[in-house]
Design a protein around this ligand. Structure first.
Ligand code: SF4
Length: 327
């Protein structure tokens, strides 16, 4: 249900207004269960503040909310900001910036823009279900290709393969990097923690298809969930499959739990795996697990990558830039 107290036209608490009041559409057919809020964005290229540790400065997010519904999603609090529920609405009420493509054309005008790298997939998945209906990411890729503007996409959506044609065209004209997020191949863990995402095996296949098509594509083994997907055998399985798929880079990211996400994830864990709560309380007095634990996981994954590359006689292999690597 759309609530009356949205922070749309009238800014509350001194916060800036984001969008004009939305038009609402209920999903039907393959989009059943979703609700779309159509908005006209005032700006589509977002600039990240200089103090942020992330390895990119400009982002585009054509949607807010994400039907991939990952339990641990770091972006859930962005729904709260709109007066929506970060737990129940985030997965099914999707804000669609219907004018994203026209805004991008305007903002890329040479008099206003210097051609900096733009990252997508930083706050919502650009290839979630809504993209099958609105095709905004496809249009954005076309515009970035036409204007020779370098860009990267981080996704869990195999829908990206629909856009192979425009990605290949863009890659002929500018620097394009893709990255899949594949935290585990354990089907039980995947089903309960990322219920709206494509099966991780389909994602591995997509990594192979993209690299074969000449689009450099890496993998973030992310997030690695303590007690659920951090066993050496589980990591070995996912790393081995990604090496075989020709992933251009493989980097791990251990779960982080920022305020807002922490309550959601730990609330779920308390029901599903109460035996893991004590470990999480110990690991997460803050949003990030201790540096020592992150280092241990990074070293383990690095060793597994080396072992599998040795098995396939690939050698260390080429690397993407560090744009997707954890900061
Ligand atoms: S795919 Fe990414 S943006 Fe979407 S719910 Fe999962 S973590 Fe969040």
């Amino acid at each position: 249900m759309v609530r009356d107290d949205f922070r749309w036209q009238t800014a509350g608490g001194g916060q800036p207004t984001l969008f004009d009041l939305p038009e609402r559409e209920i999903g039907t057919g393959e989009f059943r269960g979703l609700e779309f809020l159509h908005v006209r964005a005032k700006k589509i290229i977002n600039e990240i503040g200089p103090k942020s540790p992330v390895p990119f400065r400009y982002t585009i997010n054509a949607y807010r909310g994400c039907s991939h519904a990952c339990l641990y999603c770091f972006a859930r609090p962005t729904h709260e900001y709109l007066g929506l529920d970060p737990a129940s609405d985030f997965d099914r009420v999707i804000v669609v910036k219907t004018n994203a493509i026209e805004r991008l054309r305007a903002e890329l005008a040479p008099s206003r823009w210097r051609g900096e790298h733009i990252a997508m997939g930083t706050n919502t998945d650009p290839y979630q279900r809504a993209e099958g209906k609105y095709r905004l990411t496809r249009g954005i890729v076309e515009v970035l290709g036409e204007t020779r503007n370098p860009f990267s996409i981080l996704t869990k959506g195999t829908l990206v393969l629909r856009d192979l044609d425009v990605l290949v065209e863009a890659a002929k004209r500018t620097h394009v990097e893709l990255c899949f997020s594949i935290g585990t191949l354990d089907a039980d863990v995947w089903r309960i923690t990322e219920p709206g995402t494509p099966h991780p095996r389909r994602r591995v296949e997509a990594v192979a298809r993209l690299n074969e098509a000449g689009i450099p594509c890496g993998v973030l083994v992310a997030p690695i969930l303590p007690g659920l997907s951090d066993h050496t055998d589980q990591l070995d399985e996912v790393v081995g499959a990604c090496v075989d798929a020709g992933a251009r880079s493989i980097a791990p990211v251990l779960l982080h739990l920022r305020p807002g996400v922490r309550e959601h994830y730990l609330g779920w864990l308390a029901d599903a795996r109460p035996d893991l709560i004590e470990r999480h309380v110990r690991l997460y007095p803050k949003s990030y697990a201790p540096a020592e634990e992150r280092r241990r996981i990074s070293e383990l994954v690095r060793e597994l990558v080396g072992r599998h590359r040795g098995r396939t006689r690939l050698g260390p292999g080429p690397r993407l830039s560090s744009r997707f690597d954890p900061a």
